[in-house]
Write a new protein. Sequence first.
Length: 423
Amino acid sequence: MSAKALPLLSGSLELGRGAAAMGEVHDLRMSRRHARIQFDGRRFQVIDLGSQNGTFVDGEPLPAGTPREAQRVIRLGDSLFVPCPDVGPLAKHGVEIMDGFVRGPAVQALLAEVTRAAQLGFSLHVHGESGTGKEGVVQAFHDHGPHREGPLVAVNCATIPQGLAERLLFGSKRGAYSGADDAEGFLQNADGGTLFLDEVVELDLAVQAKLLRALEAREVLPLGASRPKKVNLRVCSATHRDLRAQVANGKLREDLYFRIGRPEVTLPPLRQRPEEVPLLLQRAVAQVSDGLELHVSLVETCLLRPWPGNVRELLVEARSAAHAALMKGARCVEARHLSPSAGTAFSSTAPAAPAPEAPSLPRGGAPQARPLNDGERARIETALREHGGNVAATARALGMHRTQLRRLLERHAIPAGAEPDEG
């Protein structure tokens, strides 16, 4: 299973069984003239041409001859198509397995930046949502830098108890305090290699000041010591937050920001990297059992869901679905094997609709709606503000169909503004 770029050279593309645009792909469940996809520079419109097994747009069946805008995924037979305004990067770079990770064109380009920063001896800050794969980017930074032969020491600053931060980072000498013994800190452990500071903004401001001094002077003064110890290391930091905003809020020292916050790369969320989903699923399921296959409904459903936990969540849920399939004696992992709430921040997200002519495809309805919790409501309201109340743009940012978002807004009395691109 792989992703292939299909350009709409004249703004329109007709797809069907054996169509030249599909190359060697021959989907027997597609009609010879199945559907037409059009792009006007802003929207993708899909028209079913009277196909036998139907066309599905964003998980909903499309009546023949009735155009509908597609935002997330189009299913024709057992083939899935993802609307994308620019397929050039995918056509040029494809999706690869790099250093054990699935990398689409966006992440490949980001890794090229990371490699340049590492080779030039820079520090690096990696920004991205939880679960997007920041650890893999940090590993690439370490592997391509001048300290690749040294250790990579990862420090999750969010889990360090405030009273222990100095000792854990800088070490201690015997007698520094009651019960203290000679112990190296994380900075000494990273000598000759790379120090990875995850969620550095969680450190106390006084500890941040001492960290800055250590990085600038390239020496560490353990607690209770009279002489500093020289260290030679590179620093890579990461967070899911905006560092400049943390400086403005007084959570991060500005001088430390200038030391570790540039250059910065931003790892896009999985919902912006749909070309990676099929291969991620394939690898996750294969880890459970080599004999398991992927059903198109599983891939379609995973493309429709926003996955707030990103790659990490997708992999966990894919493996859980594979286990569920094995428990039921199935040899094909289908959408019905996924947890109903997997990959979505909102319980009203529905799985992909089945084809009425294809009883082998699983039928799954949306879970019963429940009240939004404070975090979910705040996430919607924040996204609406960021997109000026535009429901379509907000829905795309949240990884859902705009119809679903409208239902949520109406059900929970959340006001929205105008929708200038809705026509």
